[in-house]
Design a binder for this molecule. Structure first.
Ligand code: SAH
Ligand code: DHB
Ligand code: MG
Length: 220
């Protein structure tokens, strides 16, 4: 099986995803702004939307905004009065995202916070806020476990935590790997194996974004 086949199948099913002009404009603006094209695929964005909607998520946390593509999908699952906080280190990415989020009419619900996510998360410890019902972790992979631990702190029973890019074209299964991204996933995996606060699974995916996958964890 090749990338060409995966693309063809993603294209075949794309019409049922109903990616709209606002989402397409977000991708276009990100490309024109020179941002890396590493946002989730349309069908994956739709999956995130569906998971958040199924969960009835009222407060969502996202680590790694980029141009706000996954942010828009997720924020569209929010009810009236719902909020999404998204963390981004790169001011340029945050600027593009802020415009994309405004174009989507979501600026009242979405808060983009610029800075190192770990520092923002540590600052958030001292803020009063409702727990997050849904967290999407999709930033620098070496920090996966640190983000997961913080997300857990900010969660409640039934909250869902999703982590992107957990297969890395299969490289995660290589116990000799010295790739920092792979090691970041492996560290998360090792912690999850022993963590009885959550129940988790890992799902590999292929598609227009190559061969990768998600970890999903529900807080007990
Ligand atoms: N979730 C986005 C893609 C995020 S790409 C989508 O699917 O649409 C990863 C993002 O994480 C990049 O924009 C990168 O700048 C950001 N990032 C990397 N290291 C970070 C850190 N330490 N703190 C916050 N954001 C970080
Ligand atoms: C990379 C990061 C991502 O979040 C992603 O979905 C794909 C690739 C990367 O840093 O290469
Ligand atoms: Mg990702």
């Amino acid at each position: 099986m090749t990338q060409e086949t995966w693309n063809a199948v993603d294209d075949y099913f794309l019409p049922l995803v109903h990616e709209d002009d606002v989402l397409r404009a977000a991708t276009r603006a990100s490309n024109e702004g020179g941002l890396p094209s590493i946002q989730v695929a349309p069908n994956q964005g739709k999956l995130l939307f569906m998971l958040a909607a199924t969960r009835g998520a009222k407060n969502i946390l996202e680590v790694g905004t980029l141009g706000g593509y996954s942010t828009i999908w997720l924020a569209r699952a929010l009810p009236e009065g719902g909020t999404l906080t998204t963390l981004e280190i790169d001011p340029k990415h945050a600027e593009v995202a802020t415009k994309n989020i405004a174009r989507a009419g979501l600026e009242k619900k979405v808060h983009v916070r610029v800075g190192k996510a770990i520092e923002t998360l540590d600052a958030m410890r001292h803020e009063k806020r409702e727990p997050f019902d849904f967290t999407f972790i999709d930033a620098d992979k070496p920090s996966n476990l640190d983000y997961f631990e913080r997300a857990l702190e900010f969660s409640r029973s039934g909250s869902l935590i999703v982590v992107d890019n957990i297969a890395r074209s299969g490289k995660v299964a290589d116990d000799k790997s010295s790739d920092a991204n792979v090691l970041g996933v492996r560290r998360l995996r090792d912690a999850l194996v022993k963590d009885d606060r959550v129940t988790a699974t890992a799902i590999q995916t292929v598609g227009s974004k190559g061969y990768d996958g998600f970890v999903l964890a529900i807080v007990k």
